[in-house]
Design a protein around this ligand. Structure first.
Ligand SMILES: N[C@@H](CCC(=O)N[C@@H](CS)C(=O)NCC(=O)O)C(=O)O
Length: 290
């Protein structure tokens, strides 16, 4: 579990905070997953909105809490925990009922959630390619330099390797003026393979782990929603996943956390139209050779 040590945290005030606090962003997939989890569990937390579009995640104050400048972050009576799946594992331990991670299958769920997390940069790439105009999230050289310097740069008492991955992602975006073609293709291919595997799983069970809803369904519901919004032909390519998604999307507890504001829906539709006209929509990458 990625729990920060006091020396990793530069914004010392949070070490004295009482109660459960969640730093999140409305449109962030990891935050959506966590908010749905809290809803389903009935866990109350004080929510602190960190607007990624305004780069509030890269202020000295927030990077003093999360040295990676990412959401979500949980603060529980002064304990600071980062990484959405670790936060879920921590909360599940503390609030076992209703169980969203089957007690006897924790290792299996952890491995499957690790795989989900491993695809997170791919989701980000497709989000920035097909869902939000990459120009509004680009980092300037000055912003990259500030990001590099901000925060302790340390996680669990040691130099944080992950920060370099974040730097590489944003530098790549900057150098290519958007998400590079090869990254787009690789991400589409990775999601198609993952959904094909889930499609096979759902042949004889209603949920990804069996007969009941688990965190894995929540995690993949969020991914499926974002990719559908980005134009990925989910139901067409994976009909059982399409049905599973449709059923989950009927549930208000889930749906209300993944809503997209009208302004973004319009901008996003315009972006996809331009891609379609250029023959570069998400579907075209399913068959494209690079
Ligand atoms: N593995 C991390 C990923 C966290 C992450 O990348 N969060 C995204 C939002 S979903 C973020 O904060 N991005 C910063 C940005 O876009 O500026 C987790 O699961 O918590």
């Amino acid at each position: 579990m990625v729990e920060l040590t006091a020396s990793d945290v530069l914004t010392k005030e949070v070490l004295d905070w009482q109660g459960l606090h969640l730093f999140h962003f409305s449109g962030s997939s990891c935050s959506q997953k966590l908010r749905i989890y809290l809803n389903l569990k009935g866990i109350a937390a004080t929510l602190h909105h960190i607007n990624l579009v305004k780069y509030e995640n890269e202020t000295d104050w927030y990077m003093g809490i999360n040295p990676r400048g990412l959401v979500p972050t949980l603060v529980d009576d002064g304990r600071v925990i980062i990484e959405s799946n670790d936060i879920i594992a921590y909360l599940e331990e503390k609030h076992p009922n209703p169980a969203l991670i089957p007690e006897n299958r924790r290792d299996e769920v952890n491995a499957l959630l690790d795989f989900e997390d491993h695809l997170h940069m791919d989701l980000r790439a497709l989000t920035m390619r097909f869902f939000v105009p990459s120009a509004i999230v680009q980092r300037s050289e000055a912003q990259l330099a500030h990001y590099q310097a901000a925060g302790s740069g340390r996680v669990q008492g040691a130099a944080d390797q992950h920060k370099g991955d974040e730097m590489a992602f944003w530098r790549d975006m900057k150098d290519h003026k958007g998400v590079p073609e090869t990254r787009t293709k690789a991400a589409v291919t990775a999601f198609r393979a993952a959904f094909d595997a889930h499609e096979a799983t759902l042949a004889d069970q209603p949920y990804l782990m069996g007969d009941t809803l688990t965190v894995l369904d929540v995690a993949w519901y969020v991914y499926a929603k974002r990719l559908t919004d980005a134009g990925y032909p989910l139901a067409h390519l994976h009909p059982r996943i399409g049905e599973w998604f449709g059923a989950l999307n009927q549930q208000k507890t889930l749906r209300r956390e993944v809503g997209v504001p009208l302004s973004l829906r319009l901008v996003s539709a315009g972006l996809r139209l331009v891609h379609r006209i250029k023959g570069k929509n998400i579907e075209s990458y399913l068959s494209r050779k690079l």
